[in-house]
Ligand binder design. Structure first.
Ligand SMILES: *[C@@H]1O[C@H](CO)[C@@H](O)[C@H](O)[C@H]1NC(C)=O
Ligand SMILES: *[C@@H]1O[C@H](CO)[C@@H](O)[C@H](O)[C@H]1NC(C)=O
Length: 369
């Protein structure tokens, strides 16, 4: 089996989307021995040339000129070394080559993240009431109940906050109306310039970042969100606001902030639908699959995502046996992570994932007309 490990890793790296398709078994084999994963990364580093060529082909990369090509190859090699370091720090996940392997960490942050850091006082935001937690299911996934749209792609624009907010409202609207409607991120990118009461200079600002709770506030004030197909995503914030109130497809009735407690988060998830959360995304640049549970990770949130469920026992090395995890929908397309999804261990506020959690409720259809 040990001889097969590099092969599994190789397959998963060059067809990141196939991790889930390949089945959990191969993934279990990949992660049972973290040392082997690190070994496979050593191999990638030794053969960086060939892997770069294959990376360019796989992700259709095209650089202007040989200087740029040489620069990107240097960055790629540095990212292979980072992936090896992350693999050691995060042995229950698999790290390697991703579509972001030719970006420096600073470029990655600037182009693909975009959450403003946790506000000290979310003065206008209610705390969610404490819910009973005694009868929570041990495993839960809103994808099994029809509340989650397909994975979207924010492109090279720091609009993650709008994807997180729209996805939370898609789920809430499904719970309120029974209809799953893909909603418009672009409307928030173009029209939501809402500022946080406690920090008037920090406003939702298109591709330059924003925050889900201020986006919910905008949605309360504006009347709601149009459907994705009415107001489609362009990935730029220079188009100007084209919101048409008569086309609203889903409205926010209320939203609140969930306390930092894994059981309260789970209870709110089960009761109110998928939750908008902020996370530190440093380990996500090299993430291929498995349950991410790094020994060290900053709690400074820089990315907005959606918790859609949780599992009780992640496949993991022996010492992580029975490790529970959150199932996270990301907005970097299906060719990232586990078909667009990320798993992170639950209950330790790893990478700050449990400290900025908000729940939204949608207007019921009966109340609408
Ligand atoms: C790469 O870019 C150049 C210049 O823009 C273009 O002529 C060429 O067709 C592109 N190649 C691919 C494979 O996209
Ligand atoms: C909104 O939710 C909060 C927390 O659950 C609650 O205290 C508040 O009364 C709600 N507001 C409305 C208008 O329903």
């Amino acid at each position: 089996m040990a001889r097969l490990l590099p092969l599994f890793l190789f397959l998963s790296i060059f067809a990141a989307g196939s991790v889930a398709a390949a089945g959990e078994d191969s993934l279990i084999r990949q992660v049972v021995d973290a040392a082997s994963s690190v070994g496979a990364l050593d191999d990638l580093i030794l053969n960086a040339d060939a892997h770069f060529t294959s990376f360019l082909r796989t992700f259709g990369k095209n650089y202007s000129g040989s200087d740029e090509h040489a620069h990107r190859f240097k960055v790629f090699k540095a990212n292979l070394r980072r992936a090896r370091m992350f693999q050691k720090l995060d042995p229950s996940a698999v790290h390697g080559i991703t579509k972001f392997s030719d970006l420096t960490p600073a470029e990655f942050r600037r182009k693909y993240l975009g959450i403003r850091q946790n506000r000290r006082s979310l003065s206008a935001v209610h705390d969610a009431p404490i819910l009973p937690t005694s009868n929570l299911p041990s495993d839960f996934d809103w994808r099994d109940h029809g509340a989650v749209t397909g994975v979207k792609d924010q492109g090279s624009c720091g609009s993650c906050w709008s994807f997180s907010a729209a996805a939370a409202l898609e789920g809430a609207n499904f719970l309120a109306t029974g209809n799953l409607i893909s909603l418009s991120e672009q409307q928030m990118v173009d029209c939501d310039h809402m500022c946080d009461d406690s920090e008037p200079d920090a406003c939702d600002s298109g591709c330059s970042g924003g925050l889900m709770t201020t986006a919910f506030e905008y949605l309360l004030k504006s009347g709601g969100l149009e459907a994705e197909n009415e107001y489609p995503y362009t990935g730029t914030d220079r188009g100007g606001c084209k919101f048409d109130k008569t086309k609203v497809a889903a409205s926010v009735s209320n939203f609140s902030v969930v306390s930092i407690d894994e059981d309260q988060i789970a209870a709110n998830l089960v009761k109110h639908g998928p939750l908008a959360v902020a996370i530190n995304a440093i380990f996500m640049q090299t993430y291929i699959g498995g349950v991410s549970c790094p020994y060290i990770c900053s709690k400074h949130q820089d990315h907005g995502v959606l918790v859609v469920g949780y599992g009780s026992a992640g496949y993991a090395p022996i010492r992580f046996k029975e490790k529970p995890y959150w199932i996270i929908k990301n907005s970097w397309g299906e060719n990232w992570g586990e078909q667009g999804y990320y798993k992170i261990c639950k209950g330790h506020n790893i990478c700050g994932v449990e400290s900025v959690v908000s729940t939204v409720t949608a207007t019921e259809i009966a109340l609408r007309s």
